[in-house]
Design a protein around this ligand. Structure first.
Ligand code: NAD
Length: 260
C-alpha cells in the first residue's frame, strides 16, 4: 500500500474538487469507510480525476452494526457504492461484538478474490489474539490512532512481530493544535525547512508506519505528500519519542461502555 494515503472522514460532496485535486496530484490511496457515507463520492471523484481504478488503492471498512452475518451484505453495498468489483483493503472498523464471525466472512471474500487484503482497525492485542486464534489469515493491517502524543509503542512491537502493517489514523491527533505548535516539533521542522505536519508524518514513516492524513486544502494536501526528501536524525526521532502522553480521547477500544 502507498505509505501516504488520504483520509476522507467527514469529506462531503461539496469537497469533491479536493478529492479530484488529490488524485490528479499523486494521491493513490484513499481511506474511506461505510460509516463515512462518502463511498459514492469517492467513486465519482475517481471517475472525474481520470486516474485508472487499477492505479488506486482503496481502503474501506465494515461498520459495527454490520458485524456478524451482515458483513457480506455490507461488503457488497460498499462495492456497489464505490463502483468497483474489488476492494484493495477491507477492514473491521472497531472490535465490537461478532468481529471473529466477520473475519471468517472476510476470509471467504478474500479467497474469492473480491478483496486484495483484509485487516482490522482499532484492535488491541487481545482482539488480535482472538483473530489469530480463530482465523486462518493474519490481518494485513491494524489501523490505529497514532501520533506523537499517542505512540502505541507496545502494540507497534506486537504488530511488527506478527508482520501486521501499522497504519496511523489521526496522525495529527485529529488536527490537534498542541501538536502543530509544539516547540520541539517546530524546532525540528525549522531545521529541515519543513512544517510540523511534515515532521509528524515523517516520524511515522521512519517508524515504518503508513499514514492517512486528512485535508481538503490543496496546499496542505501537497505538503502532506512532500515528506520524502528529508530524514529525521536519531536524535530527532528520540526527541519526538519523548512527547508520548499515552493519551487517547473517548475512543478507547477496550472501554466496554464504548458501543458505537
Ligand atoms: P488528522 O490527524 O488527519 O487531522 C486532520 C486535520 O488536520 C484536518 O482537518 C486539518 O484541519 C488538519 N491538517 C491536515 N493537514 C494539515 C497540514 N498540513 N497543516 C496543518 N493542518 C493540517 O485526523 P483525522 O481526519 O481524524 O484522521 C485521518 C484519517 O484517518 C481520517 O480521515 C480517516 O480516514 C481515518 N480515521 C480512521 C479512524 C478509525 O477508526 N479507523 C478514526 C478516525 C480517522
Amino acid at each position: 500500500m502507498p505509505k501516504v494515503g488520504l483520509g476522507v472522514y467527514k469529506i462531503k460532496s461539496k469537497n469533491e474538487d479536493a478529492l479530484i485535486w488529490a488524485l490528479k496530484n499523486g494521491y493513490r490511496h484513499l481511506d474511506t469507510a461505510a460509516f463515512y457515507h462518502n463511498e459514492e463520492l469517492i467513486a465519482s471523484a475517481i471517475k472525474k480525476s481520470g486516474v485508472k481504478r487499477s492505479d488506486i488503492f482503496i481502503t474501506t471498512k465494515v461498520w459495527s452494526s454490520d458485524l456478524g452475518k451482515k458483513t457480506k451484505q455490507a461488503f457488497e453495498t460498499s462495492l456497489k457504492k464505490l463502483q468497483t468489483d474489488y476492494i484493495d483493503l477491507y477492514l473491521i472498523h472497531w472490535p465490537v461484538a461478532k468481529y471473529v464471525e466477520s473475519w471468517r466472512i472476510m476470509e471467504g471474500l478474500y479467497e474469492e478474490g473480491k478483496i486484495r487484503a483484509i485487516g482490522v482497525a482499532n484492535f488491541e492485542r487481545n482482539h488480535l489474539e482472538e483473530v489469530l486464534e480463530h482465523g486462518t489469515i493474519i490481518p494485513a493491517v491494524n489501523q490505529i490512532q497514532t501520533n506523537p502524543f499517542l505512540q502505541q509503542n507496545k502494540l507497534h512491537e506486537y504488530l511488527v512481530k506478527h508482520n501486521i502493517q501499522h497504519v496511523a489514523w489521526g496522525p495529527f491527533g485529529q488536527g490537534n493544535k498542541q501538536l502543530f505548535n509544539h516547540p520541539a516539533l517546530t524546532e525540528i521542522a525549522d531545521r529541515h525547512g519543513k512544517t510540523t505536519a511534515q515532521v509528524m508524518l515523517r516520524w511515522s514513516i521512519q517508524r515504518d508506519i503508513a499514514v492517512i492524513p486528512k485535508s481538503i486544502n490543496p496546499e496542505r494536501l501537497r505538503i502532506n505528500m512532500d515528506i520524502f526528501d528529508f530524514r529525521l536524525s536519531e536524535e530527532e526521532m528520540t526527541r519526538i519519542s519523548a512527547l508520548e502522553r499515552n493519551k487517547r480521547g473517548f475512543n478507547d477500544p477496550n472501554n466496554k461502555f464504548f458501543l458505537w
